[in-house]
Design a protein. Structure first.
Length: 114
């Protein structure tokens, strides 16, 4: 699901230390103090709490969208856009909206979650 979202946006999948330690993400793709520092135009964090170590690795990003069901998650302190909810509901909606925009060849279109 997250891989598909990254693909649709022309991005890459990276992760936090727990996702690396769980074997979900390649260790070379770890973001944070013990991983890499990234500065993409857009970063979408999915279920990331916002530990200081992780935030230090992505803080220079131009635009940060954070998705988390905990409205008090520290990641929202650095996010430009906070989406409070379950990633398993929000990400499929984002994918659907992006696919519809691409299908209509209107990459400049704005969309709203509904």
């Amino acid at each position: 699901m997250a891989e598909k979202l990254a693909y649709l946006l022309g991005g890459q999948l990276a992760g936090t230390r727990p996702t690396i330690e769980s074997g979900w993400i390649d260790p070379r793709k770890q973001i944070g103090l013990s991983g890499r520092t990234v500065k993409p135009k857009l970063i979408i964090t999915c279920g990331v709490s916002g530990a200081v170590q992780f935030v230090a690795g992505m803080k220079g990003s131009d635009y940060i969208i954070a998705i988390n069901q905990d409205e008090n998650a520290p990641i929202f302190d650095v996010a430009h856009l906070a989406l409070i909810g379950d990633i398993y509901e929000i990400i499929p909606m984002l994918i659907e909206k992006i696919e519809n925009i691409k299908k209509n060849n209107n990459s400049q279109a704005e969309f709203a979650l509904s």
